[in-house]
Design a binder for this molecule. Structure first.
Ligand code: SAH
Length: 346
């Protein structure tokens, strides 16, 4: 199989380059072109000899993503990208401008097999895992297209990152490598539906990234109705894993709570949720559910969400309501990709 150059860390790349019979300093140059200058082709690497580039293109793959479509919000400049992968699959990412800097939301898998009831990414199941280079390229590609620096990354697009664990770790290593793009670990958030053994494994890595947990429910029974993963790992086990994560890393956990009208939005829910996490160093992010065509979930009124928030605050919980970005080019996780594929096939 051809070597995916942009998925190799510096040591692996050095070994690879030596294996091609080239001197070691070529690995350093190549690594810089890929992860510091972040150019879109081997041809653009002007100080590499033609013979070396020929070897690379014969033996290796230089992963770049081609935009299949870019949708730009007229309201706030949010940009949604649909990328065509080399095998024809289509995935999506989002670019958002905040006062603290530019943020990109990336996908980690083509599709998803977690089956959360309100989520469009999972409707057709999992096609495949994404490679570290494909995860990186969503960031590099957007940066090239927009021409602005990206300071924050959230792994909250399509897919369950903990279900693609090794590639996720490699991606984090490459993104935060001081000889590469060198993003601060603190500027990276990984969101998970709660695969407990992986959370514990990640805790042992002692990274400074932010872990976001898609909680979405105030009891185990309620969670099972929304998220099949709750059948495997109870809410208590999940929260225990979060406590361990905090003990190991000192990083405050973010809980995402997707509020659904008539589902999990009552004041009793708010109280139950407060009781579950009262002892934890955490933050709750309330997300008004984004209705998808295939399901009947509805957003509560803003008043109801405010009341929910106030109850949490009264109980001493840190809480924010997620601001909706790019309302005019909307589409919840995976919806854009799904409508694009449907149109292509019609
Ligand atoms: N698989 C990971 C990351 C991807 S989803 C996870 O489960 O966390 C990113 C976030 O968007 C999750 O909290 C997910 O539950 C939420 N989400 C998915 N579909 C949504 C929808 N229709 N409305 C609101 N939030 C949604």
């Amino acid at each position: 199989m051809a070597t995916d150059l942009k998925s190799l860390n510096y040591e692996e790349l050095t070994e690879y380059v030596l294996g091609l019979g080239e001197p070691k300093f070529r690995a350093k140059q190549l690594y810089e072109w890929m992860h510091v200058k972040r150019v879109d082709s081997l041809e653009a690497m002007t100080n590499l000899p033609k013979s070396f580039k020929e070897k690379l293109s014969e033996d290796g793959i230089y992963t770049t993503l081609t935009p299949a479509a870019v949708l730009v919000s007229k309201i706030d400049g949010t940009r949604k990208y649909l990328w065509r992968l080399s095998d024809g699959n289509v995935i999506e990412s989002v670019f958002m401008r905040y006062h603290h800097g530019n943020s990109v939301c990336i996908s980690s898998q083509v599709g998803c097999r977690m089956g959360c009831k309100f989520c469009a990414s999972t409707l057709d199941g999992l096609a495949r895992n994404m490679t570290p280079s494909e995860m990186l390229e969503q960031i590099y590609g957007i940066e090239r297209e927009v021409g602005e620096k990206i300071s924050n990354v959230v792994v909250m697009g399509c897919g369950e990152p903990m279900d693609n664990f090794d590639n996720l770790l490699k991606f984090i290593e490459l993104l935060t490598d001081e000889h590469g793009m060198h993003m601060s670990q603190r500027n990276l958030t990984v969101s998970t539906c709660g695969i407990v053994p992986r959370i514990l494994q990640l805790a042992k890595k002692h990274l400074q990234i932010t872990l976001a947990i898609s909680l979405h429910a105030s009891s185990n029974e309620q969670r099972k109705e929304l998220m099949p993963i709750a059948e495997t790992f109870s809410i208590d086990k999940l929260l225990d894993a979060c406590r361990t994560y905090f003990e190991e890393t000192g990083r405050r956990i973010t809980f995402e709570y997707c509020v659904v009208a008539g589902g999990n939005d009552t004041l009793e829910d708010a109280t139950r949720l407060s009781n579950l996490i009262q002892d934890m160093n955490c933050h709750v992010n309330l997300i008004p559910v984004n209705p998808i065509e295939e399901r009947t979930f509805k957003q509560p009124t803003m008043d109801a969400i405010e009341r929910f928030k106030n109850r949490l605050e009264k109980n001493g919980i840190n809480v924010t309501i997620r601001r909706e970005m790019g309302r005019d080019i909307n589409g919840a996780c995976g919806q854009l990709r799904k409508s694009y594929i449907a149109e292509e096939n019609s």
